[in-house]
Ligand binder design. Structure first.
Ligand code: SD4
Length: 299
């Protein structure tokens, strides 16, 4: 059997996030500390057009961010449609730790972040603005699968979802994204919604999702993956079951759509499955060794 995983993340760029998470964990941080440090890596990477700074804006030119952080003790914090903040994952953590709520959205989330001392920043980079102006010429809205492989394409959209399983089997997860490029103003994807973009359950496992969020939210995808694991499925079988369910439910509507699930159980076993080929994920073991793997897919 493969070595147990400590941190897993969606996509190849998850490797850098895992490395930062591992370093924080090694230095004595909690799983939540580690995940926050990991998620911050793509958030502040201007070349990643789908997470945080440098993310593609909505249809009206505003970069709006969705993020969630959750552990297996029922602690959860999220922000949606948050503007002007470099690290939505850290604002989500404050929601979790400093408020009686689980999610803040839009201007309220921004005001909360400012009150917590987060400095406002301009998230729209010249490169992302140019891509948006180019998109405005045709303004076609058609999601493309695995557009992370086509950096700079008009519909670049990928998210980082991270899961952690400590040596004691305790679990936590994080998810952060700028959502779908050129989305309608006010659109919130699956990523910040517990049970859709991310879910962890003590004694069972955790799951995170990437791809076209609407297809995940429709079936409360990660809650479904974790429920399947609770019923005895392996992480791999549970991810596959959720993807098959989407394919059956949606038929032709998801012919060219990408959705990928990544899951981990309390023994650190990992599974992943996607609608389309091309979904990759990064696995880091307790010794800090990282490997990027390709997920199985329906097609
Ligand atoms: C969303 N699920 O906002 C995110 C985007 C994504 O790979 O994961 N793209 O729909």
């Amino acid at each position: 059997p493969a070595a147990r995983a400590l941190f897993v993340s969606t996509w190849d760029f998850g490797a850098a996030a895992n490395a930062a998470a591992f370093a924080r964990w090694k230095a004595g941080g909690s799983l939540i500390d580690a995940l926050e440090a990991g998620a911050q890596v793509p958030e502040s990477d201007a070349s990643n057009h789908s997470v945080g700074f440098g993310g593609y804006p909505d249809r009206d030119g505003h970069v709006t961010l969705d993020a969630i952080l959750m552990d297996d003790a029922g602690n959860v914090g999220a922000v949606a449609a948050l503007e002007d903040m470099m690290h939505p994952i850290s604002v989500a953590r404050r929601v979790m730790e400093k408020t009686p709520h689980t999610m803040l959205v839009g201007e309220g989330a921004r005001q909360f972040a400012l009150a917590e001392g987060f400095a406002p920043v301009k998230l729209l980079t010249p490169e992302a603005e140019a891509a948006w102006r180019d998109w405005l010429k045709t303004a076609k809205y058609q999601p493309i699968a695995n557009s992370e492989n086509q950096r700079g394409s008009a519909l670049d959209h990928d998210t980082i979802g991270m899961l952690a399983c400590g040596p004691d089997g305790r679990l936590a997860g994080a998810c952060t994204t700028s959502g779908m490029a050129f989305k309608l103003r006010g659109r919130v994807g699956d990523s910040p919604q517990a049970g859709s973009g991310l879910f962890v359950e003590k004694g069972v496992g955790g799951a995170t999702a990437t791809g076209v969020g609407e297809e995940v939210t429709r079936i409360v995808g990660t809650a479904r993956v974790v429920a399947s694991m609770r019923a005895g499925m392996s992480p791999q079988a549970a991810c596959r079951e959720a993807v098959l369910h989407i394919a059956q439910l949606r038929g032709d509507a998801v012919r060219d759509v990408q959705v990928g699930f990544l899951a981990i159980d309390t023994r650190g076993a990992v599974g992943a499955f996607a609608l389309q080929p091309g979904f990759t994920f990064a696995v880091t073991d307790p010794q800090g060794r990282t490997e990027v793997r390709a997920a199985e897919s329906l097609k």
